[in-house]
Design a protein around this ligand. Structure first.
Ligand SMILES: Cc1cc2nc3c(=O)[nH]c(=O)nc-3n(C[C@H](O)[C@H](O)[C@H](O)COP(=O)(O)OP(=O)(O)OC[C@H]3O[C@@H](n4cnc5c(N)ncnc54)[C@H](O)[C@@H]3O)c2cc1C
Length: 285
């Protein structure tokens, strides 16, 4: 449909991330969400991949279905861990044959119980090179504004990220809750000579418990001053949601004013929070 690198060059881009549904009911819910988000005219959507291959067919099927049947550009996530080179190549060939033009090349985290499964590729940068061998894809990579949890220090994190971005086309970030984390990372990349587009990932808080858990997993800090504001509303789920949307709207506005090349929303396969933020920002349909 379109290469994301070209969309970004004409930018800014507005994009949504989904995960592949496990059940028929979840598939119907995702279909509904895609239908509700379509009028917002997204630049592209992306579909996550279960590291180790747990969603291999489901990710592929959802990506191809969205691109073919809705006309929305769809990007497939793909991870290295617990995969042979042949497994990765064969999936990439399927995408190429289906006309998919965009891949998010990721390292992935070893899933529980798969610690002994061999991986031919150790790092996302090696997957970027493999994707380039298989086809003429536009290639994105992950960036972690608050550092990747396995990075020994900031300098090494930024050097590895800069090297990865030099060979890829663009990056999408892990979610974060304060703009300064993103802006500092972009400055650090510029100091290393890298000016490729880095699209901030936005995770609106809609439920206090899940954000604490996800932030702990991703290495993103949930700022104490925001936690206090949410905790004061802990007994009122609607008020928590409203505050989450208000704060995400402010974050998006600050990022766009500072020159971010787009916004990538972690939707968790639901549309209302993203639609509300869109409306607050005066974006889209
Ligand atoms: C936008 C986005 C989408 C994601 N989607 C998915 C998904 O669909 N499925 C999923 O399982 N996970 C997903 N993740 C999570 C991601 O897989 C994990 O964060 C994973 O731990 C690292 O992935 P990476 O691509 O950043 O890895 P890498 O770039 O390989 O980096 C991992 C660590 O290794 C270091 N490193 C990199 N290269 C080298 C080198 N040559 N030598 C030494 N150290 C090196 C890095 O500094 C970093 O500390 C996503 C993350 C983001 C931000």
């Amino acid at each position: 449909m379109a290469k994301i690198s070209e969309l970004l060059a004409a930018g800014p881009t507005w994009s949504f991330e989904f995960f592949p549904p496990k059940t028929d009911e979840a598939a119907r819910a995702l279909e509904k969400t895609v239908g509700e988000l379509q009028p917002l005219d997204p630049s592209f959507v992306s579909v996550t991949y279960g590291a180790g291959g747990s969603t291999r067919e489901r990710t592929r099927d959802v990506v191809i279905h969205i691109e073919r049947d809705t006309g929305i550009t769809a990007m497939a996530h793909l991870t290295c861990v617990a995969h042979s080179r042949e497994q990765l190549v064969s999936l990439l060939e399927e995408y190429r044959e289906a006309g998919i033009e965009n891949i998010l090349a990721l390292g992935g985290d070893v899933p529980d119980g798969m610690e002994d499964a061999p991986s031919d590729l150790a790092y996302a940068s090696e997957l970027v090179a493999l994707v380039q061998e298989v086809g003429d894809f536009s290639i994105g990579v992950a960036a972690h504004p608050e550092l990747h949890p396995r990075s020994p220090d900031r300098t090494s994190d930024r050097r590895m990220l800069a090297a990865k971005l030099l060979v890829a086309d663009f990056a999408i970030t892990q979610f974060f809750f304060e703009a300064h984390h993103y802006l500092r990372m972009v400055d650090e990349l510029a100091a290393l000579g890298v000016a490729k587009p880095v699209v901030p990932g936005i995770m609106p808080v809609t439920n206090l418990k899940s954000v604490g858990r996800m932030a702990a997993m991703s290495g993103a800090e949930f700022p104490p001053h925001l936690a206090e504001r949410f905790e004061a509303l802990a007994d009122d789920p609607d008020a928590v949601r409203a505050l989450g949307i208000e704060l995400a709207t402010e974050l998006c506005a600050e990022l766009l004013a500072a020159g971010a090349p787009g916004l990538h929303f972690y939707t968790l396969n639901r549309s209302p929070a993203t639609r509300q933020i869109y409306e607050n920002l005066g974006l889209g349909g």
